[in-house]
Design a protein around this ligand. Sequence first.
Ligand code: CTP
Length: 393
Amino acid sequence: MKRLLLIVSGGIAAYKALELARLAAKAGYSVTPVLTKAGAQFITPLSLQALCGAKTHMDLFSLTEESEMGHIELSRAADLVVVVPASADILAKMAAGIADDLATTLLLATDKSVLVAPAMNVRMWEHAATRANMALLKARGVLVVPPDEGPMACGEFGPGRLAEPPVILSAIAGLLGKNNMLAGRHAIVTSGPTHEPIDPVRYIANRSSGRQGHAIAAALAALGARVTLVSGPVNIPDPPGVDIRRVETATEMLKAVESAMPADIAVCAAAVGDWRTTTPASHKIKKNSTPPALQLMENPDILAWIAAAGPQRPRLVVGFAAETQNLTDFAAGKRVVKNCDWMVANNVAGTGIMGGQENEIMLLTARGAEAWPRMDKLELAHRLALRIGEVFA
Ligand code: CTP
C-alpha cells in the first residue's frame, strides 16, 4: 500500500482536501494527515482524521507525538508528500527553507517527492513574489498541480482556484505509478479551437475552451501514457505531465500531429476550424472600403488524416462530434466516414457545454451507443481514459 503524507495548509479550499482524503483512502492509499494552524481555521483535525482513518498531526513540539513517531520519521515514512491546498504562505516558507511549525519542518526534512496544489486569491497567485517562489520550487523538483481559473470564494475571477480533487488524485496516481495501465503507450491529443487569420489582427475562431481535451491529456498521462498535447489557443493552465505543442491554425495543428506520430492512441478533441481564408491579408483591412467578402477554403481534416495513416495509424482513434441536432445519426455517420474507432458525441445546442465546465456525451463504438450522464469534464476525462486503458490492458 502506497503512503501519502497529506499536508493541509490554510485557505478556503481546505474543505476540498477532505474530498481528496476521502478519494485517496477509497483508492487504497494510506493517508497520514498533517494540519497547519491556519488550515485548522477552516477544517477540523477530527474530520480529516475520520476520512483518512489515521491520526491528524498538528504540533511540532508534542511529547506524545514525538514519542510515537518523531517528525523526521514522519517526513520519511511516506512515499509522497502532498500539500493541498498550498497557500502562498506555505509556498514562500518552502522556497525560503523556513521550518517554524510541524508542516514546514516535515517539508524541509523529507527526502521524498513533494507535490503541491496551490490555491489562493488571483492577485496573490500572480504576485511576483509567488511567481518567483514557484519558479524556485519547480527548479528544485517540487511537482505542481496548477490551480484552475474561475470564480473564487473572494468574489474575484482568475487562476488561483484549487485544482479539482480527482485531478490531484490522478497526478498522485501517475507519480506513484499505481495505475500504470498505459505505461509505454504514446497518446496524441488535440484540444482547443483554431484561429484562422483574416488579417494580422482578425481571425475566425469558435467557442471551444480546450477544457475537455486538456483534461483527457492529463487523465491519460496519469495512467502512465506519454502524452503529446497539440493545443490551439486556450486560456487554461497546461496539464501536468504532458508534452505540449502550441499551434494557432488547423494547418499548424496537422503539422504538429504529423511530427508527433507514431502513436498508439489519438484523441481528437480539438474544435478545428473547418475553413480558412484563401489568402489572409498581409495588412489590417481598413473599414473605409466596402465590407470584404471572405474567400474560404476547407482545412485539412486532422482526425481523418490520423485514421487513414496506414501502418502508422494508432490502434485506437477517438473523435469528437459536436452537434446541434440529430446527435446520434450525425455522430454515427462521422464515426464511419472518418474511420475512427470511437466517437464521443455531444449536443452543443444552447446547453452551455461548449466552453463550460460540464459535458454530457454518447460514446459510439462499433458495438453501439452508450449514453453517459452529465458530469464534470474532469470526471468524464478520467472515465474515458480508463476505458482507453482497458483496450490496452
Ligand atoms: N476534426 C479534425 N479536423 C478538422 C475538422 C474536424 O480533426 N478539420 C475532428 C474534430 O477534432 C472532431 C471531429 O473531427 O474529433 C468532428 O468534428 P466536428 O466539427 O464535429 O465535425 P466536422 O467534420 O467539422 O463536421 P461538421 O462541421 O459538418 O459537423
